[in-house]
Design a protein around this ligand. Structure first.
Ligand SMILES: [Cu+2]
Length: 549
C-alpha cells in the first residue's frame, strides 16, 4: 500500500512515457517561452546584489474588493522551490539543483522584500525537494533533499540550519535515513516532527522528533503515507494529517504513534494530490478551536483535478469532513496564505497538472466567517508545480516560481496587495500604526504594544512566519490575542501555551475596525516549553534579547 502510494506520486514526475513527455513539451513550449526564462546556465553565481524598481501592471477595477497583483521589475535569479520568511524580514529561498539533474551548482538566496535586493550563494548539498520549518530561535531548518534524481530517487538524510544573522547554513544531525519530500511540523515544545519522504527509492517509514541537534525515533508512518503530508499541530498537542490521502490521521507525540482507528475520510473520498491544507485562524470568537480546510488537488493518473473544498471542526465530539464552498475552478498546485484580517488567499495552480496552458490566474479570497469565496484579482503569470506564496511583514503576499518543466521556471515575482490596503476609491487605506512591541513575549504573560490608534484597534493577531514548498505552508498559523485598550497602547496577552502557538517568531499585526492591518513587528513567542526542548543556552539568549524595538 505504501509502495503504491509513493509510486503513484513518482509516476507523475518520472515515469510518464517518453512520447507523452515530448508531446507535452511541444504543446506548451510556445506558451512557456513567453512566461518562463531558461534557468541561467551559469556554472556559478557570485554573491551579488541587484536592484530593481517596482513596475505597475494593469490595475484591478476595484482593488478595495479584490486586492491587486503587481509584477516586480526584479526577477528571481534561482528557481525558488522553497521559501521561508525569517525574522529579519528577509526571505530564504532554496533552489539546490533546481529541478535539473545535470545542474551541479547548488544554490540558495536571501531576498529582501523591503529593499528588493537578492543575494545568491552556493550550498554544499542538494536541498532540492526537502522539508523546511523555522526553529524556535528563528533559524530555518532544512530536512533532507535530493541525492539522486530518477530511477530511483534517493533522498538526502542530512539536515542544516540557516542563521538569519550571518546568513549561513550549518549542517546539523543526519536523520535516520534519506528523506525526499518530507514534512516537518514544529510541536508545542519547539521540537520538530518529521516523517515521510523517500529514502532509496521507497518511503522512509521512520517518524522522528528532534531539533537538528538530535533526532529520536518516534514511531512508524501509517500505511499509505503520502509524500509531503499536509499536517497541523492542534491545541491539544496532537498533529492532524489530512493530505493527499483521503483518510485523515492523528499523530500523538505523547505516545509517539498514529492513533488507531485513523481519523475521518474526506467527502471527496479520493486523494487530493497537490491540493493544499490550512489550519484556519484560531480566534477569540471561535474559542481558539481548530478548524482545518482542504482545497483542490487531483486524483487518478493522469489526475482529475477538483474545485472542491472541505472543512473539519476538530473540536467537535466526532470530527467529520463537510463540503465547503467550491473554488471558481479546479486547481492542483495551488497555494493558500492566511492574511491578518483572518481571510485566506488562494492562488495559482492549474486545472491540469503541469500544463501551463491550463493555469488558473484568478485568485480567490476565502472568508471563514461567511464561509464563502470572493475574487482575489488576477495574477499575470502561471504558478504551477514548485511555486510558492508567502505573507510578508507589510501585509502583502509574494508569489514566486512555477516549474512544471525541468530546467525552466517562472522568474517573475508578483506581489498581492489585499483589499484591506485600499479605500473604496482605490486610494491607499490609512493603516493603524504599531509603534513598538517587545521582541520576546512569554506564554501567558501580558505585554505592551504602543500605538496611537489604540481606540480603533479591533484585533491583535500573531501569524507564524511561513515556510512554503510544493503547495503547502508547513509553518503558517494565525492566533488571535486578547487585549485591553489603554491610552496610547494596548495591553496584550501572549498565547496560553505552545500547543496553541508553538515557540518561534510571529508577525504581530494590529487590525483596525475597517479590517486594515498595521505593518507587523516580529515577536518571538517563547516559554519553558522552548527551554526544555533546547536545554543549552538558547532559551537564555532569547531572554537576553528581550526589550522593546
Ligand atoms: Cu519537488
Amino acid at each position: 500500500m505504501r509502495a503504491n502510494r509513493f509510486g503513484r506520486g513518482l509516476r507523475l514526475k518520472s515515469m510518464l512515457p517518453a512520447l507523452a513527455i515530448v508531446a507535452l513539451v511541444l504543446a506548451v513550449a510556445a506558451a512557456r517561452a513567453q512566461t518562463a526564462h531558461s534557468q541561467p546556465p551559469l556554472p556559478f553565481i557570485e554573491p551579488s546584489e541587484t536592484h530593481s524598481r517596482t513596475k505597475a501592471r494593469v490595475a484591478e477595477a476595484n482593488p478595495h474588493a479584490t486586492g491587486q497583483w503587481q509584477t516586480l521589475g526584479q526577477t528571481m535569479p534561482i528557481n525558488p522551490v522553497h521559501m521561508a520568511l525569517m525574522h529579519t524580514g528577509k526571505v530564504l529561498v532554496i533552489s539546490g539543483s533546481g529541478n535539473d539533474p545535470n545542474e551541479h551548482t547548488l544554490l540558495a538566496a536571501v531576498w529582501n522584500p523591503a529593499t528588493l535586493t537578492v543575494r545568491t550563494f552556493p550550498i554544499s548539498w542538494d536541498m532540492f525537494c526537502s522539508g523546511m520549518v523555522v526553529l524556535p530561535d528563528g533559524k530555518p531548518l532544512v530536512l533532507g533533499g535530493t541525492i539522486r534524481y530518477d530511477s530511483p530517487w534517493i533522498g538526502e538524510p542530512r539536515t542544516a540550519e540557516f542563521d538569519p544573522a550571518t546568513e549561513k547554513f550549518t549542517n546539523t544531525r543526519k536523520m535516520s535515513g534519506g528523506r525526499w519530500y518530507p514534512t516537518g511540523t514544529v510541536l508545542g515544545d519547539g521540537k520538530v516532527l518529521v516523517y515521510s519522504g523517500l529514502d532509496v527509492g521507497s518511503g522512509n517509514p521512520t517518524v522522528e522528533i528532534g531539533t537538528g541537534q538530535f533526532w529520536s525515533p518516534a514511531g512508524t508512518a501509517f500505511g499509505g503515507v503520502p509524500l509531503y503530508p499536509r499536517e497541523h499541530l492542534l491545541p491539544d498537542g496532537r498533529v492532524f494529517e489530512d493530505g493527499a490521502n483521503a483518510t485523515s490521521q492523528y499523530y500523538d507525540p505523547a505516545s509517539r504513534s498514529f492513533t488507531v482507528p485513523p481519523g475521518p475520510t474526506t467527502v471527496l473520498g479520493a486523494d487530493r494530490n497537490y491540493g493544499t491544507s490550512v489550519l484556519l485562524p484560531l480566534t477569540k470568537a471561535g474559542g481558539w478551536k481548530p478548524k482545518v480546510m482542504i482545497l483542490g488537488g487531483g486524483s487518478g493518473d493522469p489526475p482529475i483535478t477538483t474545485a472542491t473544498t472541505e472543512l473539519i471542526d476538530l473540536a467537535a465530539p466526532s470530527p467529520a469532513w463537510v463540503s465547503g464552498p467550491p473554488m471558481a475552478q479546479p486547481r492542483m498546485q495551488l497555494n493558500a496564505t492566511l492574511l491578518p484580517d483572518g481571510k485566506g488567499l488562494v492562488s495559482g495552480g492549474s486545472t491540469t497538472d503541469e500544463i501551463t496552458s491550463t493555469a488558473v490566474l484568478e485568485a480567490q479570497l476565502y472568508d471563514p466567517a461567511a464561509n464563502s469565496f470572493s475574487s482575489g484579482g488576477t495574477m499575470e503569470f502561471p504558478r504551477l508545480y514548485h511555486s510558492n506564496t508567502l505573507l510578508l511583514p507589510d501585509g502583502r503576499v509574494v508569489a514566486m516560481g512555477g516549474n512544471p518543466e525541468r530546467t525552466v521556471y517562472v522568474p517573475q515575482i508578483e506581489i498581492y496587495s489585499p483589499p484591506y490596503l485600499f479605500n473604496a476609491d482605490a486610494s491607499p487605506a490609512k493603516r493603524p500604526v504599531l509603534d513598538s512591541a517587545p521582541r520576546v513575549a512569554h506564554y501567558r504573560t501580558h505585554f505592551k504594544v504602543r500605538t496611537p490608534d489604540a481606540p480603533n484597534i479591533q484585533a491583535v493577531v500573531a501569524i507564524r512566519a511561513g515556510a512554503v514548498t510544493h503547495a503547502f505552508d508547513m509553518e503558517q498559523r494565525l492566533v488571535e490575542l486578547t487585549f485591553v485598550r489603554k491610552a496610547g497602547s494596548l495591553d496584550v496577552l501572549a498565547p496560553a501555551r505552545g500547543n496553541l502557538a508553538p515557540p518561534g517568531y510571529y508577525l504581530l499585526f494590529l487590525v483596525d475596525s475597517h479590517g486594515v492591518p498595521s505593518v507587523a513587528r516580529f515577536v518571538q513567542i517563547t516559554g519553558p516549553e522552548y527551554a526544555a526542548a533546547y536545554p543549552k543556552s538558547k532559551g537564555g539568549k532569547a531572554k537576553a534579547r528581550e526589550g522593546t524595538s
